[in-house]
Write a protein that binds this ligand. Sequence first.
Ligand code: S3P
Length: 439
Amino acid sequence: MPNSLIIKKQIKKFNKQITVSGDKSISIRWVLFSSLANGVSTAKNLLMSEDVLAAISAIKQLGIKSKINQNVCKIYGRGVDGYKYKKNIIINAKNSGTLGRLIMGLLINTRYPIKIIGDKSLSKRDFKRISDPLSKFGCKFKLRKGKNLPLTIYGSRNLEAINYSEKKGSAQCKSSVIFGGMRSRGTTIIKAKKSRNHTELLCEYLNLPFSLKRGKSYDQIKVKKVKKIKTLDYNIPSDISSSAFFIVLTALSRDSKLIIKNVNINSSRTGIITILKKMGVKVILKKQKLYKGEKISDILIKGAKSLKAINCPSNLNSGAIDEFLLIFLLAAKAKGISYFKNLEELNQKESPRLDWGNNILSKMGIKTIKTKNSIKIYGNPNLKLEKKIIIKNYLKDHRVFMTSVIAALSFGGKWQIEDRDSINTSFPNFLKILETLKK
Ligand code: S3P
């Protein structure tokens, strides 16, 4: 199959029901927690993407066995101290910031140095944000250029609790320090700016020595050394960040209607829904239920007749952090000027995504004003493209690829989008599901 995708036609209106694959954040966390459990944990609907498979390979390097059959996975945990540390372990986190960063917290007690490597995109990303707080527990790190992969962890057997203030709203930083706290003597106290809270919900569900006080913009977390973790059987719900491509495709397609089944709608992840509603799109959450602390529902979405511009409040940034490329497409079609600010974290992703969002819009002929951390988008409700647009050299950022596909299907034009295999990191079924909307 060629690795570039050509799209020359807009999608016709559709009325369908789909199911997207398992949540990436929960899948990776399930692998890591299960690797520390006493006994066999089973996950159904585990996301079978490269990021999650990299997590399974990482724990294998640490002596933890697993079995995969379709999308059911079993992990044979050997307890909290069950990792088999030996000389010359190299963990390849590939494209996954979540894996590379979270696992560092679990490895701070390693007996021998462990090296973490990643692909070209991950090797450009900041790991000092993790090594700085983790060093305070008493271990050491060596990083390329002081901040990048490859890095080496020099563990310690004498780890002491820390106080840490997480100010970026990064769930990866917060989670890594929670893991570090689980390995250290005393009570680690974290003041964390609001961000996705799957790690905390799992700590609560597993009854770990952990407490959480929720505040308006910051939470306070306390975590103590963990001695035992029970096995964790989990039915992984669908990923709202993967659903978002279809949600936005529907919103941009007048008279279309879509139901997405069994999606995780944890309120720390639903910024996209709040933003869509503010822009005048009809989104209904049906059959809501709670599962192991996570909220799940079906999502019904209807194509919008018109879209309102938005001055996006920054407190929605963290809950929509992986969806901004798509949100920019909505703004491109909205009536008026939309404004998004305090988005410095967006350029810290698999590619500099604020820049890429701007590139895509510029190629579409949309006027924008971009600064280091904000963008103004001058919407054009009548936007209809005819020109040729090429998307390439974007560090294989899966979300750049999929957003470009949604733009092509929504606005027309002749698109050539390179590196279709980038979807394998988070959503290998993306193009297959898209086909079902065309039938
Ligand atoms: C993730 C946290 C977010 C998000 C990433 C997944 C997680 O990153 O962008 O795709 O699973 O914890 P940050 O923690 O850097 O904001």
